[in-house]
Design a protein around this ligand. Structure first.
Ligand SMILES: Cc1cc2nc3c(=O)[nH]c(=O)nc-3n(C[C@H](O)[C@H](O)[C@H](O)COP(=O)(O)OP(=O)(O)OC[C@H]3O[C@@H](n4cnc5c(N)ncnc54)[C@H](O)[C@@H]3O)c2cc1C
Length: 388
């Protein structure tokens, strides 16, 4: 007998798991499909820095709402979602100081706690920092990081408790389409019918959409990260750090270990998402190490523990594609995290679920639909990229 669900979510990264939860919480019959397992895509390798430092009210609002969800996970999900409120620091170069001040002003209007640490206080407040060339630092007490696997599993398990079912090691081979409606999915076990299919397949979302003739403007680019263990008794950051002066990000792992990656500006290499090099390049590791130890001398002599490469699913303007599209029923996007999608995913999932189930959606959130590409209404025409 053909299976039927109110909604099918393809992909069990943070986007798919959170969407499944917020839909299942409404009493809808939900199925999640992943060709591997929970957090097996970009989510599992994410630095998962949590920050609310965004330049648009929409994303700052999402980031704040997501912090609220992470913080209240015990009551919302019935379990910890791996969020650690260790704080977040954004190091600002002189030419970005005005933009940073504008972000802080907007954050304060939205009720986001943040402060600017001026040049006179940098050394006393951030003893791990070489302040040369740093104009100021923005500090968010509610920033930090989350464990991405714990977060994904928390949403998945909570969704299951609301009746959702998950099928792992089950690739979705294609979307089924009849006229202007997506009617379900095709798996190796056969067809599965759904009222709506949410494409949360991350860097693999474009081929899935293409199976039903839907365009999805997305690049898959390779993102390398390194893990370092610092020597004992050195001044080290306790917070997550986006260092826009030297274009690196730093995320504490505990036990003097840190994830360190490169932020914008840098070169982005397009790759085949099904076949790319998963180890980091020696030149990348050397470059990151040099940038790290120059700015944070406590990392001198640090030991490389691990390095790897994963994927960013990059959209036309580095904002996610979320929601239904005009002219096609039974389908919604939630993909294109563009290297910063972990932290905001819970809040985006919450609003997406309201849009799909009740038809209620804020005007600025509606703009996240992939329709903005065809209309040439991108959020930004040229935007360099993420900062973690
Ligand atoms: C190295 C790295 C560092 C990052 N650092 C940060 C950070 O510090 N802060 C932040 O906010 N964001 C960060 N990001 C971005 C963030 O991690 C991602 O945007 C987010 O995790 C993407 O989640 P997702 O659920 O959309 O996609 P994914 O986690 O990629 O999940 C997609 C899932 O779909 C499944 N799938 C694909 N195709 C199919 C199919 N046909 N059938 C069935 N299943 C399928 C895959 O197996 C996968 O599990 C980082 C990303 C990377 C790679």
């Amino acid at each position: 007998m053909t299976r039927r669900f109110d909604a099918i979510v393809v992909g069990c990264g943070i986007a798919g798991a959170a969407t499944a939860f917020f839909l299942a919480r409404r009493g809808m019959a939900i199925a999640v499909y992943d060709r591997d397992g929970p957090a097996s895509g970009g989510t599992g390798l994410s630095a998962a820095i949590v920050r609310q430092h965004y330049s648009t009210p929409l994303m700052a609002r999402m980031a704040k709402a997501a912090v609220d969800i992470f913080r209240d996970a015990a009551s919302i999900l019935g379990r910890d979602a791996g969020y650690r409120r260790v704080g977040y620091v954004f190091l600002t170069p002189p030419d970005a100081l005005d933009a940073t001040r504008r972000v802080l002003a907007m954050q304060q209007e939205l009720g986001i706690a943040s402060e600017l640490i001026g040049p006179d206080d940098l050394v006393s407040r951030l003893p791990w920092l070489d302040p040369d060339g740093v104009a100021a630092a923005a500090f968010e007490p509610d920033g930090g990081f989350a464990d991405p696997e714990t977060a994904t599993t928390a949403f998945l398990e909570a969704a299951r408790e609301k009746g959702a079912v998950a099928y792992f090691k089950t690739p979705v081979r294609g979307l089924m389409r009849r006229g202007d409606r997506i009617t379900g999915i095709l798996t190796d076990e056969g067809e599965v019918i759904a009222g709506i299919v949410v494409n949360a397949a991350g860097p693999w979302a474009a081929p899935l959409a293409a199976s039903a003739g839907l365009p999805l403007t997305m690049r898959a680019v390779r993102e390398q990260d390194t893990v370092w263990e610092a020597r004992p008794d050195r001044p080290l950051p306790a917070t997550s750090v986006s260092n826009a002066v030297d274009a690196i990000y730093v995320r504490p792992l505990g036990n003097r270990r840190f994830i360190v990656g490169r932020g914008f500006p840098k070169a982005y290499a397009d790759v085949d998402p099904y076949n790319y090099k998963r180890t980091a390049d020696p030149e990348f590791i050397a470059d990151v190490q040099q940038r790290l130890t120059t700015r944070m001398p406590g990392f001198e002599g640090a030991r490389l523990i691990h390095s790897y490469a994963a994927l960013y699913d990059v959209t036309a303007d580095w904002y996610q594609y979320v929601g239904p599209r005009e002219g096609i029923a039974g389908y919604a996007d939630f993909n294109g995290g563009s290297g910063h999608g972990f932290k905001v995913a819970p809040a985006i999932a919450q609003e997406l679920a309201g849009w799909l189930a009740e038809g209620t959606v804020a005007d600025d959130f509606r703009r996240l639909s992939h329709d903005r590409v065809a209309r040439n209404e991108l959020f930004v025409q040229s935007y360099g990229g993420n900062r973690g």
